[in-house]
Design a protein around this ligand. Structure first.
Ligand code: ARG
Length: 569
């Protein structure tokens, strides 16, 4: 793709001693105000190398360098060397590239031959799918798409929480207060209320805890009844989760959850022992991490049962063997950071150099009205409820504004769900979010529906242009696109590949989400100021090219964060 920054770096190289093109490239900045040029070289850093004042350096460079086909004008202003691009060339090169790349605009093949494993969503069986899980699901899904767009092979794993002591509790509760009929009718809701009831009753009757431990032990030993109930609870939960994944449009390549590793932990425990890493502590087996300044990593409880960390270690070793990943990424709440730090260290101590390829991608806590979500106390907002409300509201808006819209139910689904995902991916992932119905159901301003609506607006213009709108307008005359709004939009569009790379490097989908708002705003400013379907053929063709490029960029960006881009709304 045309890289004006690189052209300017090349232009500067012969004039700046001791620095190569790449170093100069990294020094160039975008001035805060477009009146100061498109790119600027701050000369302060050169001052030491060149032994002159920044002002003097800027003055001399401005006098020495001649504008060329890429640069229209060069100015020196108080220690900065400001470059004004040849707008017409920049616009021509950028838009032509976007139109030719089409659905691939922004993509690359830098990841060719490399594999990324992404562990995301990973809800706990027999617990409700709440807003907290949405974050893991939407961040993981977006990272999957971003990596894939950059040429990586991705393996998406839903590491279901389908093992652990909670199953002992659930079976105990079911035996005391449940019935087949109630579970068949209430499904996950019923399982959740059994779980909640267990915790309430156990406060008064601690012997229930012991009973639960026994049931879990039976489950681990393969007891027929325990197994049957466990399997049944999983099937019920999965069916319910699948409905949500279908709504969200999220897929996984593997559903190997915690229980998949039951028979893969023994060899790992043996290996830890052989490597001299296992230590006894109060009857339990641990890996000591004192030297690393971390609390010990618990491998086996005193009763011999395995733990969350034991399973994660076994799973990581299995994944390395199976997929030979270049990176293995775990998307969970920030409350699990210590857990990941600990067992990543254990992998390192085991002598696996790929420990450095394990990444924990934490996200902030979701609260409701200041309180943390918790299944045990029943403090949750169910995702399905949120999605359905958002869809309903979108349908109401469509009925009001465009009642004759074809497939309006499908569009309402795409925009309602889009609104929820978009708001989830809008802030930096590490920021805590406070759930509020008002916010999720607000479709004005910087929201998913706003971006989707802008995309549909571009589609509508292209439809009205008929054959001209559907044929890529690569032959346009770029010198006509002379307004500020047009130039700004092109500049923003040209930034897409940079933002994707940034999102990938920082494992941060919100960079794309916010970029989409920039594009939509710049597009709408252009749209309001300038008629597109004018009589003037050359002008019409050039503006249609710009609309086509903006539409493509919006569609590609929406896809990267997991949203649909409906053509009519
Ligand atoms: N099931 C866990 C939870 O809901 C998340 C699992 C994350 N993945 C992992 N490999 N530990 O909190």
């Amino acid at each position: 793709m045309y890289d004006a920054k690189l052209e300017i770096s090349r232009l500067l190289t012969p004039h700046v001693a001791d620095l190569d093109t790449e170093e100069i490239y990294d020094m160039l900045e975008v001035p805060p105000n477009p009146d100061m040029g498109d790119l600027a070289l701050p000369c302060f850093k050169l001052s030491r190398i060149m032994r002159k004042s920044p002002v003097q350096i800027a003055e001399e460079l401005a006098a020495a360098i001649e504008a060329n086909e890429h640069v229209e004008r060069i100015e020196s202003v108080s220690g900065y060397l400001n470059f004004f691009l040849n707008k017409s060339k920049f616009i021509k090169e950028t838009l032509t590239h976007i139109l030719e790349a089409g659905e691939r605009y922004g993509s690359s093949d830098t990841g060719k031959g490399k594999t990324i494993v992404i562990d995301y969503s990973s809800p706990n069986i027999a617990k409700p799918f709440h807003v907290g899980h949405l974050r893991s699901t939407s961040i993981g899904n977006s990272l999957y798409r971003i990596f894939e767009f950059m040429g990586y092979r991705c393996v998406g794993i839903n590491y279901l929480g389908d093992w652990g002591t909670q199953f002992g509790k659930l079976i105990t509760a079911y035996k005391h207060w449940g019935s087949e009929e109630d579970v068949k009718k209430g499904l996950v809701d019923e399982l959740v209320s059994l779980y909640v009831r267990f915790h309430k009753e156990a406060e008064e009757k601690p012997e229930l805890e012991e009973e639960a431990r026994q049931w879990f032990a039976l489950l681990e030993q393969g007891d027929e009844e325990a197994r049957r109930l466990w399997k049944w609870f999983i099937d019920i939960s999965l069916e319910e989760y699948q409905k949500i994944y279908d709504l969200l449009g999220v897929k996984f390549d593997s559903y190997n959850g915690e229980s998949f590793y039951n028979d893969k932990m023994q060899p790992v425990i043996r290996e830890l022992e052989e490597k001299g890493l296992l230590k006894e502590s109060q009857g339990a087996m641990i890996v000591d991490l004192e030297e690393e300044g971390l609390p010990p990593c618990l491998i086996l409880k005193s009763d011999g049962s395995t733990l969350y960390a034991t399973r994660d270690i076994a799973a990581a070793i299995y994944r390395k063997k199976t997929y030979d990943f270049d990176k293995c990424i775990y998307v969970t709440g920030v409350s699990q950071s210590l857990h990941f730090k600990q067992w990543f260290k254990v992998i390192e101590k085991m002598g696996y150099d790929w420990h450095k390829d394990l990444y924990h991608v934490p996200f902030g806590t979701v609260s409701i009205g200041g309180e943390k979500l918790a299944t045990r106390t029943g403090k949750v907002v169910l995702l399905e409820e949120i999605l359905n409300k958002a869809i309903e509201k979108t349908l109401e808006i469509i009925e009001e504004k465009n009642p004759n819209l074809e497939n309006k139910h499908e569009v309402a689904k795409q925009m309602g769900v889009g609104a929820v995902i978009f708001s989830d991916l809008f802030s930096n992932r590490i920021k805590d979010v406070s759930f509020s119905w008002d916010e999720v159901l607000n479709f004005d301003g910087e929201t998913g529906p706003y971006v989707q609506y802008t995309h549909a607006r571009a589609c509508s213009v292209l439809r009205k242009a008929g054959e001209e709108g559907s044929r890529m307008q690569t032959g346009f005359d770029s010198s006509i696109l002379a307004s500020k709004e047009e130039y700004n939009l092109v500049k923003t569009l040209s930034d897409f590949p940079v933002r994707i790379k940034q999102a990938l490097d920082e494992l941060e989908p919100s960079i794309i989400t916010r970029y989409l708002v920039d594009v939509a705003q710049d597009f709408n400013r252009f749209y309001h100021e300038h008629p597109i379907l004018t009589e003037d053929r050359a002008l019409r063709s050039a503006r249609l090219a710009l609309v086509q490029a903006a539409r493509l960029t919006l569609a590609n960006g929406l896809w990267l964060i997991g949203l649909h881009a409906p053509e009519r709304v």
